[in-house]
Every structure is written in C-alpha cells, then in structure tokens.
Design a protein around this ligand. Structure first.
Ligand SMILES: Nc1nc2c(ncn2[C@@H]2O[C@H](COP(=O)(O)OP(=O)(O)OP(=O)(O)O)[C@@H](O)[C@H]2O)c(=O)[nH]1
Length: 398
C-alpha cells in the first residue's frame, strides 16, 4: 500500500519537474545578473523621462468598500455572533468564535479525510498494535501530509504513547493532536512585520492566490490604521495589474503600476521611491509567478531583491511565498524551487477551504523549515487568517 502511495508521490514530483523542464526552452532573457541590474537602472532613467508611461492609480477618493463582498454565509455567521454580544469582552470573544467557525468551515474537506476516519479507527479498535499505526499512516498520507512527515508523526506518537503508558486506542486521538501541534509549532516566527516602514514581497506561481492575498493583507493593515501602498510587479499579464488595482480600490490604497511587459524591478523601484516620499508604513509588492524557466525566475527575483536592499535598507523586509493547498504535495516541490531563488521568510497557504489535502501544511512545516504565517480559508476578505498551530489542530479535529 505504502509503496503504491509513495510511488504515486514520486510520479507527481517527476511530473512537476518535467513540466518545468518542458517549458525550460526559453532562455532568451536569462542574462547575467549584473548586466540585468545595469539594464534596470538604465530603464529606470528612461522611465523617469517618460512620466506618461507611469500610471499611478489614485484610489483615495473612490467608493472603496461599496463593491466589497461581505455577504458570504460564513461572514453572516460571524455577524450573528457579534450581534448577540452585549459588551466589549463579549464582542472580542464573539469575534474569536466567528474566526474559529470560519476556520473550521474552511477545513471541512480535510477534516473529513482525517478526523472522520481517525474517529472511526480509534473508537472501534481496542488495544493498540502495529496494524493500528499502519492504518493511521494510510489516513495521514491520504490527507497529503507526505511520507516523511507521516513517519515523523507516527514515531513521535509511538514514543508519546509509550511515555504516557497508553494502551487503549480510544485515548490515542488526544495524544495525536498534541504531536501535531508540536510539529506545527516548530517554526515560531509568525508575525507578518515587526516594524515600519516595511516591504512585503509576495511571490508564488500564477493562480496560487498572490493578488487576493495582497488585497486581504492590505485591508488588514488599513484597518489597523497603517498607510499602505501596492506595487504591481507582475507585469507579465495586464490582467494581473488590473486585478491588483481592483483590490487597491477595495482596500482604498494606491497602486504603483507600469504598462504590461515592463521591467518588474523598475516598478518596485518606483514604488519604493513613492513609499519613501510619502512615509508609507507598508509597501506590498506583487511579482510575476512564471515558473516556466527556473533561471529566469531566479534572475527576476534576484534583481528585485537587489533593488529592495539597495533602495530601501531601512525597511523591514518580508518575503511571502503563496502556495495553493489544493496542489497538495506539489506545493512542497514549488516551495523548494522558490527557496533556491529567494530567502523566504514566511508562507501563505491559500485555498485550504477548497481541498481535502490540507494535511500538506504539516509537510510544509516540517520539510521546509519556513513558518506558515497566514492561511486562506475562503475568498472573503476576512478569510485570510494568522496561523496558530493549536487553533488549526482544534478546528481540524472538530
Ligand atoms: N476558495 C478560495 N479561493 C481563493 C483563496 N485565495 C485565493 N483564491 C482564489 O484563487 C483564484 C486565484 O487567485 P489570485 O489572487 O488571482 O492568484 P494569483 O497568484 O495572483 O494569480 P495570477 O493573478 O494569475 O498571477 C481567485 O479566484 C481567488 O479568489 C482561498 O483562500 N480560498
């Protein structure tokens, strides 16, 4: 059974690598790094004299929140909790309950493959033996936790059960929850930014949820009273620029954008100048997510990082990698590739609500050694949540 499953995992990995290799034909713009930087500097100079090419989208006076979707069932549920409250503490508690309910709803699919099957197994098994652990392994692998992390979980669980002298299967679940919380707590640096001014670079493949995440983060900082600026560094597609502008309107923040096809590093350069001139607290930068050529991707990100380090050394730098949970173990392969190109400081795992593969979060945590900082459990603006190991495990296990 495990050979079969492990074999499948391997095949998926090979497919990802093959996909990248197949698309690895275009090397035309994979230039020497320093030449690239000089090119950017030249192009920045040119851009300066072509002011009309630069579109600064001023969203300050727009009807920002009017077109925002707050009508999802889950948001309504949160609203209900808040309405029932009678004082400040209650409201705070109610918000927490709403937050937890949204998380729990978001994790329903993963919970079905983990929690329901684990309940079946532990409640009916009786005395613990090796077969129980084999069945548990199968359940964990089915939830896309990954082979090596599953083995780590089983080993720690066995040690803990021995230590606590537990022999009855009905008591295993609580210990398993403790083990999972420990694994998910291994990386502790969960804060998004530690000081202002801050610059957040958001990287990840197309469709992972970068733009949506940027919009949600911008909204969060705005609601805390911080000034925010967005940079449309994904110049590869016009739609990506448009989409960021839509989120800019919603969050009532300005967006620095150049035309489609322009140099992303030049956009970031302009955005930094603007952020410095206007004393912006948080500058959030989108980047192109093409993975068709690893070298191009690395060069592009390296250029952007050099500009940031040179032009904005005083800013607290955060590099967020956005991963789509529905891609399961492939998300880990993607992260490994991005890790080669960038010093990733945190991961945002999106679309946990749309998948039964939410167990991948455990693999990400234990295999990559990068903290998962935020998780996306829906498309609403409040569905991006700060990751907390205990709350996550509680929501997963109902
Ligand atoms: N269900 C669900 N959908 C999400 C979540 N996060 C993002 N999405 C959706 O995923 C889709 C892709 O998100 P984008 O933000 O456009 O992704 P991107 O990485 O910016 O992709 P490009 O714009 O193509 O570069 C959109 O339809 C989002 O609404 C989430 O947590 N849950």
């Amino acid at each position: 059974m495990f050979k079969k499953l492990f074999g499948k995992g391997k095949k998926e990995t090979v497919e990802v690598v093959e996909e990248i290799a197949k698309e690895d034909i275009d090397t035309s713009d994979a230039n020497d790094e320093d030449n690239d930087i000089t090119d950017i500097e030249n192009s920045i100079e040119e851009k300066k004299s072509e002011e009309d090419e630069l579109m600064i989208v001023d969203n300050k006076n727009q009807e920002s929140y009017n077109d925002f979707d707050t009508t999802s069932d889950i948001s309504m549920e949160r609203g209900d909790f808040v309405e029932e409250s009678s004082n400040g503490d209650d409201i705070e508690n109610s918000k927490k309950i709403g937050f937890f309910a949204r998380l729990k709803n978001g994790l329903v699919k993963t919970s079905k493959v983990i929690n329901d099957r684990i309940d079946d197994l532990f409640n009916n098994y009786g005395e613990i033996d090796d077969d129980l652990f084999e069945e548990l392994e199968e359940i964990l692998i089915m939830a896309d936790i990954g082979m090596s992390t599953t083995m780590e979980i089983i080993e720690e669980l066995q040690n803990e059960l021995k230590k606590q002298k537990i022999k009855d299967s009905s008591k295993v679940k609580d210990v398993l929850k403790e083990v999972l919380v420990n694994i998910l707590s291994e990386n502790n640096n969960r804060e998004l930014i530690s000081s202002v001014p801050a610059i957040i670079l958001v990287i990840g493949v197309n469709g992972a949820g970068k733009t949506t995440t940027i919009g949600k983060i911008a909204n969060k900082f705005k609601s805390e009273g911080k000034s925010v600026l967005l940079a449309a560094g994904d110049t590869f597609r016009a739609a990506a620029i448009d989409q960021l502008e839509v989120w800019g309107k919603r969050a009532n923040v300005n967006v620095i954008a150049h035309q489609e096809g322009s140099d992303p590093a030049a956009v970031i350069y302009d955005a930094i100048q603007s952020a410095r001139a206007k004393n912006i607290d948080v500058l959030i930068c989108d980047t192109a997510g093409r993975l068709h050529n690893k070298k191009n991707l690395m060069n592009e990100l390296t250029k952007v990082f050099k500009i940031v380090d040179r032009e904005y050394p005083q800013a607290d730098k955060e590099v967020l990698l956005v991963l789509d949970a529905t891609t399961g173990q492939n998300a880990i392969q993607q992260a490994k590739l991005f890790k080669e190109a960038a010093a990733i400081s945190g991961i945002v795992l999106t679309k946990l609500d749309g998948t039964a593969k939410g167990g991948v979060i455990l693999g990400i945590n234990s295999e990559l050694n990068i903290p998962v900082k935020l998780i996306g459990v829906g498309e609403g603006v409040d569905d991006l949540q700060k990751f907390n190991a205990k709350t996550f495990v509680d929501a997963l296990f109902g």
